[in-house]
Design a protein around this ligand. Structure first.
Ligand SMILES: Cc1cc2nc3c(=O)[nH]c(=O)nc-3n(C[C@H](O)[C@H](O)[C@H](O)COP(=O)(O)OP(=O)(O)OC[C@H]3O[C@@H](n4cnc5c(N)ncnc54)[C@H](O)[C@@H]3O)c2cc1C
Length: 347
C-alpha cells in the first residue's frame, strides 16, 4: 500500500491487521477493512492469479484485464477460498489513482442503537464515506487504556462513537459533505463532533480503531464473531446481541465496519472462554447466527469460516449449497491435502 502511494496510486483494501497479515492471506480470506465501504474488498481488485494446484500444476486463473467473460471465473473462485483449493503465488491487482484529500471526524452518541441508525441514514442522504466505523464505548475505553491515549474523552453518558471519513479531490466538496453528515448525525442524538485537524490526530484515531480487536481480546472478550447484515438492519442486530447476552450470561462489545453492515461482536463470558466444546456457547452462537440470517445477513463478512465458524454453515447454506462446494473442493483437491477440514468436512 505504502509503496504504490509513493507513486500516486491507491490499493484500498486495508485490513486492521495490516501490520501482520500478508497479501496471500488477504486473497484467501477476501479481506476488507475500513475503506471497503466506498472502495470494496480484495475481490474487487484482483485481476489474475498464479496458483499452484494440489497436483503441483501451476496455472494462471484469468487475464490481466478489467473485464473478462471467458469461461468460469477461476480468479474469483480462488479469492475467499481460504487456502482450500490452491496456493496463490503471484497476484495481478488493479490500482486506483490516490485521492488527494481526506477528512476525518468522530461523533459521540448517547445510544448505541441510535449510532447504528445514523449509519444507513448517511447513505440514504446520498453520502458515501470512505470509512464509517462504529466503536462501542466499552471497547473504546479498553483500547484507550491499552495504548494510553486520551484522544477521545470518554464520558459516562456516551454509548458509542462513529468514525467517519470522506475522501476525494475537491476539498470544498469534502468540507461540505462533512458538515452535512455532522448535521444529519444530530438527528440521531449525535453529540459534539470532533474533527481531526491534522495528520497526527487522524493517525491517533485510526490507531485506536485498528487496535480495538487486540485490546478487547486481551481484556477478556475472547470469543469473536464477524457478523454482516444489510446496514439498515444494524440496530436490530445490536438489540438482538444485547438480549442474547442477558439470556446466555455474557457481555458483548460491538465495533466494526458499520458502513458495510459488518459488525464484530466480541463476547466475554465469565467462565466460557472458547466456543469449542461448549454446548452453551454453541447454542448462543447458533441463536446469534439465526438472527443474522433472519435479517438477511451471514456468518462472516471478512474473516472467513476456517474451523471456528464451520459448525454454523448449515444455518446460512442449504445442503445443496454445501454439496456444490464439496464438489468444487474434490475437483481441485481430490486427496484433500490443502487445509483439510476448513469451511466444511468432505465426508
Ligand atoms: C487484530 C486483527 C484485525 C483484523 N482486521 C481485519 C480487517 O479489518 N479486515 C479483514 O478483512 N480482516 C481482518 N482481520 C482478519 C485477518 O487479518 C485477515 O483475514 C487477513 O487477510 C489474513 O491474512 P494473513 O496473512 O494473516 O493470513 P493467515 O491467517 O496466515 O492465513 C489465512 C488463510 O489463508 C490461507 N493462505 C495464506 N496465504 C495463502 C496463499 N498464498 N494462497 C492460498 N492460501 C493462503 C491460509 O492457509 C489460511 O487458511 C484481522 C485480524 C486481526 C488479528
Amino acid at each position: 500500500m505504502d509503496s504504490v502511494k509513493e507513486r500516486g496510486l491507491f490499493y484500498p483494501p486495508d485490513p486492521s491487521s495490516r501490520g501482520s497479515c500478508f497479501i496471500g492471506g488477504n486473497i484467501a480470506e477476501n479481506s476488507g477493512g475500513p475503506k471497503a465501504v466506498k472502495y470494496g474488498v480484495v475481490k474487487d481488485y484482483v485481476l489474475n492469479l498464479e496458483v499452484v494446484l494440489p497436483n503441483g500444476e501451476v496455472i494462471w486463473t484469468g487475464a490481466n484485464v478489467l473485464k473478462n467473460s471467458t469461461g468460469y471465473n477461476l480468479t474469483q473462485l480462488m479469492v475467499g477460498s481460504e487456502g482450500t483449493l490452491g496456493i496463490v503465488t503471484k497476484i495481478v491487482l488493479k490500482l486506483l489513482p490516490l485521492p488527494k484529500y481526506d477528512l476525518l471526524m468522530l461523533v459521540p452518541f448517547k445510544s448505541l442503537e441510535k449510532a447504528s441508525e445514523a449509519v444507513s441514514a448517511i447513505f440514504r442522504a446520498g453520502f458515501t464515506p470512505s470509512g464509517l466505523e462504529l466503536v462501542e464505548i466499552d471497547a473504546l475505553k479498553i483500547v484507550s487504556a491499552m495504548v494510553d491515549s486520551h484522544a477521545v474523552p470518554v464520558t459516562d453518558d456516551i454509548e458509542a462513537h462513529l468514525i467517519i471519513e470522506v475522501d476525494g479531490n475537491n476539498m470544498d466538496v469534502l468540507m461540505q459533505d462533512m458538515e452535512q453528515i455532522a448535521e444529519l448525525t444530530a438527528q440521531f442524538e449525535g453529540g459534539e463532533v470532533f474533527f481531526a485537524d491534522d495528520a497526527q490526530q487522524k493517525a491517533e484515531l485510526w490507531k485506536l480503531r485498528r487496535r480495538v480487536a487486540e485490546a478487547v481480546k486481551t481484556s477478556g472478550y475472547t470469543i469473536e464473531e464477524d457478523t454482516v447484515v444489510p446496514r439498515a438492519e444494524l440496530p436490530k442486530l445490536i438489540r438482538g446481541v444485547k438480549e442474547l447476552g442477558k439470556q446466555y450470561g455474557f457481555h458483548a462489545v460491538c465495533y466494526g465496519h458499520a458502513g458495510d453492515g459488518n459488525l464484530h461482536i466480541r463476547i466475554n463470558h465469565p467462565t466460557i472462554k472458547n466456543s469449542h466444546g461448549s454446548p452453551e456457547m454453541t447454542a448462543a452462537l447458533r441463536a446469534l447466527f439465526q438472527l443474522v440470517k433472519s435479517l438477511g445477513g451471514t456468518v462472516s463478512g471478512e474473516h472467513g469460516v476456517g474451523l471456528i465458524q464451520k459448525p454454523y454453515m448449515d444455518i446460512v447454506f442449504r445442503n445443496a449449497n454445501l454439496e456444490l462446494m464439496r464438489s468444487i473442493k474434490r475437483a481441485f483437491d481430490p486427496n484433500n491435502i490443502l487445509n483439510a477440514g476448513k469451511i466444511f468436512d468432505l465426508a
